[in-house]
Design a protein around this ligand. Sequence first.
Ligand code: XUL
Ligand code: CO
Length: 480
Amino acid sequence: MMKMKLVKTLLLLLCVKLFCYAVIGAPQTCPANNEDKCGDSDEWKGEFFPDIPKIKYEGPSSKNVLSFKWYNAEEEILGKKMKDWLRFSVAFWHTFRGTGADPFGAPTKYWLWEDGTNSLNMAKRRMRANFEFISKLGVDFWCFHDRDIAPDGKTLEESNANLDEVVALAQELQTKAKKRVLWGTAQLFMHPRYMHGAATSSELKVYAYAAAQVKKAIEVTHYLGGENYVFWGGREGYQSLLNTDMERELNHLARFFEAAVAYKKKIGFNGTFLIEPKPQEPTKHQYDWDAATSANFLRKYGLTGEFKLNIECNHATLSGHSCHHELETARINGLLGNIDANTGDPQVGWDTDQFLVDIQEATLIMLSVIRNGGLAPGGFNFDAKLRRESTDVEDLFIAHIVGMDTLARGLRNAAKLIEDGSLAELVRKRYQSFDTEIGAQIEAGKADFELLEKKVKEWGEPKVASAKQELAEMILQSVL
Ligand code: XUL
Ligand code: CO
């Protein structure tokens, strides 16, 4: 009995320690070697990344780590510039708010410009760093959550005022740098008020708070000329069905989306609304589990015309699908709007948000994107972070460069596959029995069961052809 108590106390102490690490991990002062650069203002002397040049395309034989080997922004592939196929975007939350902290350990990254506070000046300084970063990287877009870019206040009014101040600076900086917002969103998962969900919370006042927060986030996205707005329902789900009225929660979610659509129209925001499916984490079950579930939800509530999907590759694999499957499901439903480009780790069961480096996967992704005619007004947002152990400022650039090069290589390969035509021919041949009079009747819904039974009696036992799967794989390999 005594022993049990001792173990429990030790466990409790360990939990408290882990919690403290997660919350206060970062140092609260300006780094000692950097006092004169931090000061009290958001200004910064000189460059944030003085050792990093503007990243240029140098071709596959280049040994320069700070160069593109495959991404050549202005080069045309299948009649469109690479930059227009890819429309790359940097995710502010990972690149500028990622600290390397995990549930077991303190932050590992100490960027020179960070003073460890969540002050308004710090928020503005970070914004300046963001635009130098994306300019040097040669990316046209950025994405943000309201609470990544500006500190949460004690009241909604204070939070909104903070946001306005940072957004005014962001507007000035992005105009100067000729950059654009790919999408904005509201962070409806971090604050404890959202522990039961936001639009699906059991608490009416939380639903209302979430509505007010999204209203403001849509306004600032609109103000910044955002081309899309994302809804990721991180806590829109449940931990137990025993205490959950799922039907009521889903109805509330639909009402929330309807109100968002009405508000968007009222203020003249023409960006696309995107739902980002994910099966779980942080909830045990997230309502927009995958592309098919989300499509069904949109159809049930008559919202299909108002929304598209933002497919995230790591979310796809968590839901038991490949990224390619999710993209194709979205595409054939007319819902493919944007891609959160990242990948998981096959040995790890959670959302590791790593940069995508698998060339075969990138080729399949780009095949879907080409078939979709591109993603615009969506694009590829790097919802990806450095691993905890990568701690050099240079790593931020290297990670994005390899992510961009991987997708650029995927684009080149997918174009080769399409130009070669043998994969399409394999698929065409596989279904050629339907390219007949009866096939056309079936596809037009004009072949009833009696007619088909009559035909079977006439034809006898069907001869079934090979699926040629290994040949399809061989063709894919030939372009990698
Ligand atoms: C979480 C995730 C989010 C959304 C935006 O897994 O992907 O960052 O992209 O809220
Ligand atoms: Co995402």
